[in-house]
Ligand binder design. Structure first.
Ligand code: GLP
Length: 250
């Protein structure tokens, strides 16, 4: 389940190949997408390979994991903006089937219910990409979130706001709430690929490796999924016991 690669580029290449194989097998696949700096090389590589191999992405439906409450789609730190910049505007996606929660929605609670419902109507997510927060969050499911959770509104922890403040001019500008897919929605995906890169993820990855499946470490739920992979680069894997490393890379 834990696979170590030499660097983020090697992970990006592998994940991009997996996604392309999925799209070629099922051109109306439903992809679960994530944001964050970890995903940038993955989307870069995917754009490159899709163009090179002339892969048709127009039949795909996508659901993003999360969005900040209070940021509109034109705000450079909104996740809709990120997705347009890194993926949606670069390939021929059917834009009306690229779903993200709306950070400016008047009734976020109702929107959450609809979002989980839309995923179920789409037949569930075929491949879900996940990053991980330094406190083990996935999406914005912070420690203590129920494994039975559906899409919901969350207050962001101080730690998460500080971690994400590097993208904003100041900590005060980081939103205090977000909408996130719930852990049960995530776990209903047919396949999960969790990616962690860089030294700042080394501590949480060692904890994840050792941890039982517990709501105190939200990402640990992925370890109980029947079809999940956890991909790390050497830096993120530096505190994992060497004898357990399983290398996919040739
Ligand atoms: C945010 C997102 C997560 C993401 C995490 C890590 O909090 N909500 O989905 O996994 O950050 O981001 P990064 O990849 O930038 O480290």
């Amino acid at each position: 389940m834990f696979y170590v690669f030499s660097n983020p580029q090697a992970i990006a290449e592998h994940v991009s190949e997996l996604l392309i194989a999925q799209i070629q097998k099922k051109n109306d696949s439903v992809l679960g997408l994530a944001t964050g700096s970890t995903m940038e090389p993955v989307y870069e590589k995917l754009c490159e390979q899709v163009a090179r191999l002339n892969v048709d992405v127009s039949g795909l439906t996508t659901f993003n994991l999360d969005e900040y409450i209070g940021l509109g789609s034109d705000h450079p730190q909104s996740y809709r903006y990120y997705m347009r910049q890194h993926l949606f505007n670069r390939l021929a996606f059917a834009q009306h089937r690229t779903f993200l929660p709306d950070g400016l929605c008047a009734d976020p609670v109702k929107q959450c219910e609809q979002y989980s419902g839309q995923i179920q109507q789409a037949g569930h997510i075929d491949v879900q990409l996940l990053g991980i927060g330094n406190n083990g969050h996935i999406g914005f499911n912070e420690p203590g979130t129920s494994f039975g959770s559906r899409t919901h509104v969350v207050p962001l922890t101080e730690q998460t706001r500080i971690d994400n403040s590097r993208f904003f001019d100041s900590l005060d500008e980081v939103p205090t709430k977000a909408i996130t897919l719930g852990l049960q929605d995530i776990m209903e995906s047919k396949q999960i690929i969790l990616i962690a890169t860089g030294t700042n993820k080394a501590q949480i990855m060692a904890e994840l490796y050792e941890s039982p499946v517990t709501e105190q470490l939200p990402a640990s739920v992925v370890k109980s999924h029947p079809n999940a992979m956890i991909l790390l680069d050497e830096q993120a894997a530096q505190f994992l016991p060497a004898e357990w490393r399983d290398t996919l890379e040739s």
